[in-house]
Write a protein that binds this ligand. Structure first.
Ligand code: GDP
Ligand code: IMO
Ligand code: MG
Length: 432
């Protein structure tokens, strides 16, 4: 069997969590392959809402196993908080959650470093979620990191103290007043105490060699769904660097982040919003600064699931979408939040980028180029509510035109359209 992949094609928050949850009854294993608690994946069903940060979005289906892959970084404090919240709602993650021994940890001092580095950037701020993502991946690649598999080893405390000391030295050199930083409302010392307690609790979770488990499961005919975090335009290599996250969010990240060969990758589902959003700093070519942008934000309730920050909003950007499709080899598109456009007379779509009156044939290296212009195509809005619609055949003709226009431009079919946050508010062109 093969590993199918679900990932985001824009700047994150496309609605990946909803789709992974929707797909998970059809898979034996759901595996997160990168990112950490910077992710916030929202799932809504039976009037209940959950936001997952580290745990895969398949956790609500008792028959699927969920794996946190080696490419993910884990903050034990955030993880245990997430587990506790789930169990208060009657979802006992411990039963069907497995964690790769090779997944790296986010230490309290990683969060401190993240906060200090970000504040030192001044106007060049990334707008990081401040969850310690950059410093933790830096230590992974700098070969200083601590992995989940280390927590049960006798020398764990020594490793922890040694790495913490390296971080404290950096902080001392930077002469920053670290006591002013708070983490989830806690001082650094309080956070560290909670973190160390969380490490003890994490020992009760099953650690595995996830790459071997997944490959053996595939050999045994099991189906695997890989869940991405963030989005392709936040990818460390191909996103709008340096305003990106610190991992490979694209499909190739699923191979490295789970330990599977590219030969074993099956279908690639690309999730995108019917418009665009971005949270944090960095270029956003189709951003709207006017009342239309505000309307998108209020209709779409565009506030971050992890940080609560307002998301920047703009029209759909086809050159960026095509770039993401190419990087990932997407063969099936899933368009989200279409209902947010219900009350628009006209909808704009960026068809091309132009510089000095020439249409660009390739996605540009520099998005913050003042000479870059966006060429928009105007589409007629459907200006009616999609509520209650439960099949493709019932959608307004203007929405059909919108879908067909995008498909023709990008050359990939849109097989699912989401018209509300609930699991049920989903229109499928083909059976899953
Ligand atoms: P993720 O990070 O990609 O999983 O996405 P988030 O959960 O951060 O953000 C998506 C937001 O949109 C969440 O609040 C979802 O509940 C909501 N959502 C998902 N699909 C739809 C949809 O089709 N319509 C509307 N109105 N909201 C949606
Ligand atoms: P999900 O999985 C949206 C953004 C941050 C910031 C940049 C770097 O929910 O789609 P980091 O904390 O990684 O150092 O932040 O990336 N960012 C996200 N934006 N959705 C996410 O995840 C994000 N994860 C990180 O806002 O601009
Ligand atoms: Mg999110």
């Amino acid at each position: 069997m093969k590993v199918d992949v679900i990932l985001g094609l824009q700047w994150g928050d496309e609605g990946k969590g909803k789709i992974v949850d929707l797909f998970s009854p059809h898979y034996d294993i759901i595996a997160r392959f990168q990112g950490g608690p910077n992710a916030g994946h929202t799932i809504l069903f039976d009037h209940k809402k959950f936001v997952l940060h580290t745990i895969p979005s398949g956790i609500f289906h008792p028959n699927s196993e969920n794996i946190i892959g080696n490419g993910v970084i884990i903050d034990p404090f955030v993880f245990i908080k997430e587990v506790t919240k789930l169990s208060e709602a009657g979802v006992h993650a411990i039963k069907n959650l497995l964690i790769s021994r090779r997944a790296h940890l986010i230490l309290p001092t990683h969060r401190l470093l993240d906060a200090v580095y970000e504040s030192q950037k001044g106007d060049g701020k990334i707008g990081s979620t401040l969850k310690g993502i950059g410093p933790s991946y830096t230590d992974k690649y700098g070969r200083n990191g601590i992995r989940f598999g280390n927590i049960t080893q006798l020398d764990f405390s020594d490793r922890y103290n040694a790495l913490k000391e390296i971080h404290l030295n950096i902080l001392r050199d930077s002469k920053t007043e670290t006591s002013k930083y708070k983490f989830e409302g806690l001082s650094f010392q309080e956070y560290e105490e909670n973190w160390l307690e969380a490490i003890q609790l994490m020992k009760t979770f099953r650690s595995i060699d996830a790459e071997q488990f997944i490959n053996k499961s595939l050999d045994d005919g099991k189906t695997v769904l890989a869940e991405g975090a963030q989005g392709s335009l936040l990818d460390i290599d191909f996103g709008s660097y340096p305003f990106v996250t610190s991992s490979n969010t694209i499909a190739a990240g699923a191979c490295a982040g789970l330990g599977v060969s590219p030969h074993r990758i099956g279908r690639i589902f690309g999730v995108f919003k019917a418009y665009c959003t971005r949270v944090g700093s960095g270029p956003f070519p189709t951003e709207l600064y006017d009342s239309i942008g505000e309307k998108l934000r209020s209709e779409g309730n565009e506030f971050g699931a992890t940080t609560g920050r307002p998301r920047r909003c703009g029209w759909l950007d086809l050159p960026a979408l095509k770039y993401a499709i190419t990087l990932n080899g997407v063969d099936s598109l899933i368009m989200m939040k279409v209902d947010v456009l219900d009350r628009f007379d006209k909808i704009l779509v960026c068809k091309n980028y132009k510089r000095k009156n020439e249409i660009l044939e390739v996605f540009p290296f520099e998005l913050e180029d003042p000479e870059l212009e966006m060429v928009y195509e105007e589409k007629k809005g459907w200006n009616s509510s999609l509520e209650g619609i439960d099949s493709f055949s019932e959608i307004p003709s203007e929405l059909s035109d919108y879908i067909e226009y995008i498909e023709a431009e990008v050359g990939v079919p849109i097989n699912i359209v989401s018209i509300g946050p609930d699991r049920k508010q989903t229109l499928k062109r083909e059976a899953l």
